[in-house]
Design a protein around this ligand. Sequence first.
Ligand SMILES: CC(C)(COP(=O)(O)OP(=O)(O)OC[C@H]1O[C@@H](n2cnc3c(N)ncnc32)[C@H](O)[C@@H]1OP(=O)(O)O)[C@@H](O)C(=O)NCCC(=O)NCCS
Length: 162
Amino acid sequence: MADMHWRPALPTDLTPIAEWVESSKALERWAGPGLSWPTDGPTLWREIDGGGLPSFCLVAEREPVAFGQLVIKGERHYHLARIIVSPAHRRRGLGESLCRRLLAEARQRRAEHVTLNVFTDNQPAIDLYHRLGFVEQGAVDTRGIQPMQLRQFVTDVDNTDL
Ligand SMILES: CC(C)(COP(=O)(O)OP(=O)(O)OC[C@H]1O[C@@H](n2cnc3c(N)ncnc32)[C@H](O)[C@@H]1OP(=O)(O)O)[C@@H](O)C(=O)NCCC(=O)NCCS
């Protein structure tokens, strides 16, 4: 997509993003347990700490088409979170662009260790993370959540072709 750009997320971005999530199950798969359902933009922004965590969007024609966050887990340890692509724009490589951008942001912040969590039945997400170099790390928990870690930072991580 030629006219796409990357920027910090705004509270107003969460209003269209809330509409990408069709059920409480989908909300949990995307953003983890414990969030309100039904939801809306202001509620989501507050509950996922959009103002506190580094939060970013890919934007096309002023509308967000993908969103993700970085959670600081420790010194030089970042966690990719709340990765989502608009349903209308999936399977075009945006998930990969989004994650590469987030990894570049983490690297700019001097990350050496990057992790994420994924439900074991979320095959599109697992395939994407494997492509990016994430590997399973440790046991699946009772909710079916698999922790993953980035094997190593690839040197071209900030060559983010959009
Ligand atoms: C997981 C998710 C972010 C993936 O986003 P995406 O933009 O579809 O990801 P990509 O396009 O980079 O890759 C997905 C697939 O599209 C394929 N693809 C990539 N570019 C393509 C193109 N130009 N044409 C056709 N297919 C393409 C990829 O090969 C991949 O195929 P595969 O699933 O057979 O391996 C998206 O499905 C999503 O938002 N899911 C809901 C929220 C969620 O579960 N988030 C993860 C929380 S852990």
